[in-house]
Design a protein around this ligand. Structure first.
Ligand code: FEO
Length: 170
C-alpha cells in the first residue's frame, strides 16, 4: 500500500468517500426494492438517474483535471502509461445508465417483466461496483503517487482545490 499523502494534496480520497457512500446507499436500496411495486421502482430509477450523473460527473472531472494533466506531464517526461489513458474506458457504468433509461417504460411492463428487469439492474449495478471500487483503489494507490512524483506540491494543492470545488465538496 502506498503511503498516505498529506490531505492538502490528496486529490482522490475526499471525492471517493462521496462515491463510496453512494455505492453503499444504492447497493442497499437495490437489494430491498420491490420490483413488483411500480411507484417504488419509479422512485428508485429517478434517484439512480441523479446518482449515475454524479458518477459520470466524477469521471469527467477526473478526466479533465487529473488524468489529462497527468498524461501531459508524463508526455513531457517521455513516459507512456496506458493505464492512465484508459482508466475510464472500461468501467460498467454505461450498462447501468442504459438499463435505467430503458426502465422509464416500467409502467407498461408486466410484473414478471419488472422482476426480470430488476434482476438485470441489480446484476449490472453489482458489476459496476465490482470494477468501480478497485478502480478507485488504483487511483489512490497508483495515480496519486504518480502525481506526487511528477507535480510540485503547490501544484497539487491547487489541483485538489479545483477537484473538490468541481465536486461541490469545497
Ligand atoms: Fe475516481 Fe475514476 O473514479
Amino acid at each position: 500500500m502506498a503511503p498516505r499523502v498529506p490531505d492538502e494534496i490528496d486529490v482522490f480520497t475526499a471525492p471517493h468517500s462521496r462515491m463510496k457512500e453512494l455505492v453503499n446507499i444504492y447497493t442497499r436500496k437495490m437489494s430491498c426494492v420491490d420490483f413488483r411495486d411500480v411507484p417504488e421502482v419509479v422512485t428508485l430509477l429517478q434517484d439512480l438517474d441523479t446518482t449515475l450523473r454524479e458518477f459520470k460527473s466524477h469521471e469527467s472531472i477526473e478526466n479533465i483535471f487529473i488524468m489529462d494533466q497527468l498524461k501531459n506531464r508524463l508526455k513531457q517526461h517521455q513516459i507512456s502509461n496506458t493505464a492512465v489513458c484508459d482508466c475510464h474506458n472500461d468501467n460498467q457504468l454505461s450498462d447501468v445508465v442504459q438499463l435505467v433509461r430503458r426502465g422509464t417504460q416500467v409502467r407498461e411492463r408486466s410484473v414478471g417483466e419488472r422482476i426480470t428487469f430488476g434482476l438485470q439492474l441489480q446484476q449490472a449495478f453489482q458489476a459496476f461496483v465490482n470494477t468501480f471500487l478497485p478502480h478507485m483503489e488504483e487511483e489512490e494507490q497508483v495515480f496519486q503517487p504518480m502525481l506526487v512524483e511528477y507535480f510540485e506540491y503547490e501544484e497539487l494543492k491547487v489541483l485538489r482545490e479545483i477537484v473538490l470545488k468541481e465536486h461541490e465538496l469545497a
